[in-house]
Design a binder for this molecule. Structure first.
Ligand code: NAD
Length: 352
């Protein structure tokens, strides 16, 4: 969107976890749409440098509509202060820990951070009469699917790790809020696999330590930080034997939040939306697309399957298209091209 396309909008949105991967891209889209944006982030998995980059993308005028609070969402006093000083219309709640493997070894930290901070947040929201919330849920709640594509009606399955349980439970907590008080307005967005980066190459995913997800790992192989991609299982019942996922460009995902925000105004209840592309892409297809983007054939090694990985999943996004007027625009080539631009311009992320 060009500067002149921006609409004037005096709505104030609190974005928890707004310095993170998906949060930062959503902050860009919100500022470009004219929203006033408050970010609360404790920087436990991000860097403040991201906001300087956001400023380079949106420009100084839009940045005047951004305020940053470095704090834990579980810190009730800070939240009270924020709600006292601003009339917040909606909260977009990204803050939380997200590493599946780590959640298995640190369940207390995951339950405490993800569920604890959500409870504090909604309690403070209730106190200040702010009852609009968009929550970052995940396709992980569908578990191993019986049928594809997955619709919002597909059954939730028991989670296979504490991270998955936190998403599962927070969805139910927010649903219960609406049952108890139907004036709450809850949107649960179930993301499929967000990858890619802002086309400017200024912001992107910056995992700490060894990346847990495929594309950040592939990106680090592409810049020479790691030797080879590990492909976990090539004997799945899929066309090339490797796992199939629905990858979605992070900018499309960010725009899905803005679409949800606009749709949820003047309504209440609880609604769930899948955000994906509706297309499945295999691990080998991702490596091929990334190799084309970076101009080198990336090496990979096949390893045994990982416990808990499902064979395939992809979304039916008809509901988001019909109700939100939202549809993903970017394909896997675009996602790999933008990821590569970010990674090659910032081989060590925001740090150097
Ligand atoms: N990236 C994915 O593949 C994916 C898929 C489905 C759902 N999600 C969910 O989307 C949300 C955002 O994911 P992301 O990829 O941007 O993750 P991220 O780690 O990049 O962003 C999360 C942000 O929240 C902050 N944070 C964590 N706990 C906090 C707390 N208690 N108080 C304040 N700040 C806190 C972190 O510092 C970080 O900046 C998460 O809830 C995640 O579980 C992500």
């Amino acid at each position: 969107m060009s500067r002149t396309d921006r609409v004037s909008n005096d709505s104030c949105v609190l974005v928890t976890g707004g310095c993170g991967f998906i949060g930062s891209h959503t902050v860009v889209e919100l500022l470009e749409k004219g929203y006033e944006v408050l970010v609360i982030d404790d920087l436990s998995n991000s860097s403040k440098a991201v906001l300087e980059r956001v400023g380079q993308i949106v420009g100084p005028d839009a940045m005047q509509r951004l305020s940053f609070y470095r704090a834990n969402v579980n810190d009730r006093e800070t939240l009270d202060g924020i709600f006292t000083h601003h009339r917040i219309d909606t909260v977009i709640h990204f803050a939380g820990f997200k590493a599946v493997g780590e959640s298995v070894s640190k369940p207390i930290e995951y339950f405490s951070n993800n569920i604890g901070c959500t409870l504090t947040l909604v309690d403070v929201m209730r106190t200040y009469g702010c009852k609009n919330i968009i929550f970052s849920s995940s396709a992980t709640v569908y578990g191993d699917p019986d049928e594809l594509p997955l619709t919002e009606e597909s059954p939730k399955k028991p989670a296979t790790n504490p991270y998955g349980w936190t998403k599962w439970m927070i969805e139910e907590m927010l649903r219960s809020l609406v049952v108890a008080d139907p004036t709450w307005n809850v949107v649960l967005l179930r993301y499929f696999n967000p990858i890619g980066a802002h086309p400017s190459g200024l912001i992107g995913e910056d995992p700490k330590g060894i990346p847990n997800n495929l594309v950040p790992y592939v990106a680090q192989v592409a810049v020479g930080r790691r030797d080879a991609v590990h492909v976990y299982g090539d004997d799945y019942d899929t066309p090339d034997g490797t796992g199939v996922r629905d990858y979605i460009h992070v900018v499309d995902l960010a725009r899905g939040h803005v679409a949800a925000l606009e749709w949820m105004a003047h309504r209440c209840g609880c609604e769930v939306f899948n955000l994906g592309t509706g297309r499945g892409t295999s691990v080998l297809d991702v490596i091929k697309a990334y190799s084309a983007a970076c101009g080198t054939d990336l090496p990979y090694v096949v390893e045994p399957r990982r416990p808990g990985d499902v064979t395939a999943n992809w979304a039916d996004c008809t509901k988001a298209k019909e109700l939100l007027g939202w549809e993903a625009q970017y394909d896997i080539e675009d996602m790999c091209r933008d990821s590569w631009r970010w990674q090659s311009n910032n081989p060590y992320g925001y740090e150097r």
